[in-house]
Design a protein around this ligand. Structure first.
Ligand code: NAD
Length: 342
């Protein structure tokens, strides 16, 4: 049993905690919260709760929330910690993990340099084997790596251009915007392309990004100049169909927007309506003059969750990445098939 701690129990942390709980070979020892808010109240019903700052323990107790101790106490009792604290905080926390000799999985808000290993299970599982510190790349980079890896293996990639249409913020956040504007990311190329290269260094990719007033899902519009110009649309569809953690959808089946995809995810009955898979529009995919065009949608709150589980197994020494992904996918009920009605 791998003993796991979760430091930062927000959008990503709570999902990773629940995903760890579904695996037979690992368990959550405890989760860390900074404040005694409603999320702490929910967390303590399922997990042992620890707090970041000792001076806050009294505040938790005053609100009737039982706290086991501080993050230091938790770190004494785990093999690996998943750091899902806000962007940039993970870098500060690393010193603490080093002090306790605990392995750590960081998230995409941290820099590649923090760990030297940026991770996407399908792309570079082996790079994380036995490492002390690994960074699971962001939701957008995860989505790009998943499909680009498939295309590169099938046809070879000469050049990728992608536009990332980004959700403004997560559904539980009322502070950020825009709420009535479309905001281009003026720094070109956007950071997403270089981030893909931390996992798939060979891929020549440029990205632009636009922020839109929605809270559920990012959408990518991607063009790929293929090396093997004889690759057919059927070859691509078959490869996506067989790929792990990618599903094919059809706009014609009333899955024409992110809203409908999220409705589909809710109907799957998964906790929080999560969609771990990257949804690629089969009827929005085409090849013209050796260039592949496709759209994909990313559920930003959940696509990195299975990657965190595999990263835990990799750092703890499970050498067979396919086996780890098989177990993760089975336990999370991840779909591996074409869900279109063709
Ligand atoms: P979040 O704000 O939803 O959750 C972060 C949690 O950490 C909150 O509960 C916060 O109270 C807590 N926290 C604050 N300071 C802390 C500290 N010093 N120590 C421990 N916990 C602390 O953030 P999130 O969206 O879950 O993002 C976490 C990480 O995951 C970031 O690196 C982010 O870039 C990355 N990520 C986010 C998304 C997304 O779409 N939300 C997707 C992929 C990756």
């Amino acid at each position: 049993m791998i003993k796991v701690g979760i430091n930062g129990y927000g959008t990503i942390g709570k999902r990773v905690a629940d995903a760890v709980s579904c695996q037979e070979d690992m368990r959550v020892v405890g989760v860390v919260k900074t404040k005694p808010d409603f999320i702490s109240k929910m967390a303590v019903k399922i997990y042992k709760l620890y707090t970041t700052y000792p001076e806050n323990i009294k505040e938790f107790k005053n609100k009737g929330i039982e706290v086991e101790g501080t993050i230091d106490n938790l770190l004494d009792d785990v093999d690996v910690v998943v750091d899902a604290s806000p962007e940039g905080i993970g870098a500060k926390n690393k010193i603490m993990y080093e002090r306790h000799g605990v392995k750590a999985i960081f998230q995409g808000g941290e820099t590649h340099e923090l760990t030297g290993v940026s991770f996407n299970a399908q792309s570079n599982y082996k790079d994380a084997l036995y490492k002390d510190y690994v960074r699971v790349v962001s939701c957008n980079t995860t989505g790009l790596c998943r499909t680009l890896k498939v295309i590169d293996e099938l046809a070879g990639i000469k050049k990728v251009n992608a536009t990332i249409i980004r959700r403004a913020t997560d559904p539980g956040d009322s502070k950020k915007g825009p709420i009535n504007a479309i905001e281009p990311v003026l720094k070109i190329p956007s950071h997403h392309g270089p981030d893909v290269k931390t996992v798939l260094p060979r891929i020549d990719i440029s990205t632009m990004a636009v922020k839109v007033p929605t809270t559920l899902m990012h959408l990518h519009a991607i063009t790929v100049d293929l090396i093997d110009k004889k690759t057919s649309l059927d070859d691509i569809i078959n490869a996506f169909n067989e790929a792990r953690r990618v599903i094919l959808i059809n706009g014609a089946d009333r899955l024409a927007s992110t809203a409908e995809i999220m409705e589909y995810a809710r109907d799957l009955g998964r906790k929080r309506g999560d969609l771990f898979e990257i949804a690629v529009w089969r009827d929005g995919t085409n090849i013209k003059d050796g260039v592949l065009y496709y759209y994909q949608a990313i559920h930003q709150e959940s696509d990195v969750v299975p990657e965190n589980i595999d990263a835990i197994r990799a750092v703890m020494g499970m050498e067979d990445g396919e086996k780890s992904m098989d177990i993760t996918d089975k336990n999370l009920g991840i779909i591996r098939s074409d869900i279109t009605f063709n």
